[in-house]
Design a protein around this ligand. Structure first.
Ligand code: SF4
Length: 293
């Protein structure tokens, strides 16, 4: 996989903003937003390290960091991302956040998530990471069962993926359990933070609104807004698709283009309950142009 950089910092945004995270940034993007602050990672000549899934899982497992953010560029363009996600989901206690631009289908990854999670309220619990005793997996009642392609649990892993994930499972010596017994912990193991690109990005026509149906309460839709027109459009999309009923909804300013006070004023004017203003923490803490933070 084409890794542009990896580093430990805090999550700058999203429900886990302020928590430590290991960032894996992959090269390449299918959009070209006017305000892109990682353009360097999208250039054809961008230097990258060619990392195997095993190497990346080792990197995560040895980091001591629970939150892993897969970002870019557009990480969903990496063909091996589903295999990496399946491997990471088998590591105890790891939470994966995929930052995606809204222009790539979430269908396959949503299927992987649905089959990898514990089923706390269902009889006949799988004993690890969504796997039943026979290695098959089950859907989670999100209504996706007929819509997502089947991705078996370990049966969907290559021999290399099985070896590396078992290695780390064995290292910890136990399967995921909660305090009360045998059930797995970490109901939220994989979440999406999906952008909806607004008019000032120049990329709105690439948005796949069909992706909204794969989102759940742990996911986020982020509207990066640089103008009043952007805010108006964000309000329309949130309302049309009932997004606040579905997931977290954030509005974030295009750095230097709009005063956050104006966003707050707009939210108050429109009575945008359940929508949050979010400022990118790393741009407040470090130089806004600094990389690797
Ligand atoms: S989607 Fe993200 S990485 Fe791609 S051009 Fe837009 S801002 Fe940059």
């Amino acid at each position: 996989m084409r890794l542009a950089e990896s580093f430990v910092s805090i999550n700058g945004e999203g429900p886990r903003a302020g928590e430590l995270a290991l960032f894996l940034r992959f090269v390449g993007c299918n959009l070209s937003c006017s305000y892109c602050d990682t353009r360097w990672a999208n250039e054809p000549g961008c230097e990258y390290e060619d990392k195997s899934i095993e190497e990346l899982i080792d990197l995560v497992a040895s980091s001591g960091i629970k939150n892993v953010t897969l970002t870019g560029g557009e990480p969903m363009l990496q063909q091996e991302l589903p295999a990496l996600a399946r491997g990471l989901l088998r590591l105890h206690g790891i939470r994966i956040e995929i930052e995606t631009n809204g222009a790539v289908s979430l269908c396959e990854m949503a299927g992987i998530r649905a089959k990898a999670e514990p089923y706390e309220d269902m009889p006949g619990q799988p004993d690890e990471a969504g796997l039943s005793d026979d290695g098959s997996s089950r859907m989670d009642g999100t209504g996706l069962s007929d819509e997502v392609p089947g991705q078996p649990g370990e049966a969907g892993l290559s021999d290399d993926e099985k070896t590396v994930t078992r290695k780390h499972e064995n290292k910890s010596g136990n399967k995921p359990k909660n305090k009360s017994g045998n059930k797995p912990v970490n109901a939220v193991r994989l979440s999406f933070t999906m952008d909806y690109k607004l008019p000032s990005s120049g990329c709105e026509s690439a948005m796949l609104t069909d992706n909204f149906r794969y989102l759940r309460q742990e996911d986020t839709v982020k509207f990066v807004s640089g103008s009043r027109e952007d805010l108006e459009r964000a309000a329309d999309i949130i309302s049309q698709h009932n997004l606040t009923e579905r997931c977290h909804v954030y509005i974030s300013p295009v750095y230097g283009s709009i005063d956050p006070q104006d966003i707050v004023g707009f939210m108050a004017e429109r009575k945008m309950n359940d929508v949050r203003l979010q400022l990118q923490l790393h741009k407040l803490i470090w130089d806004p142009c600094k990389r690797g933070v």
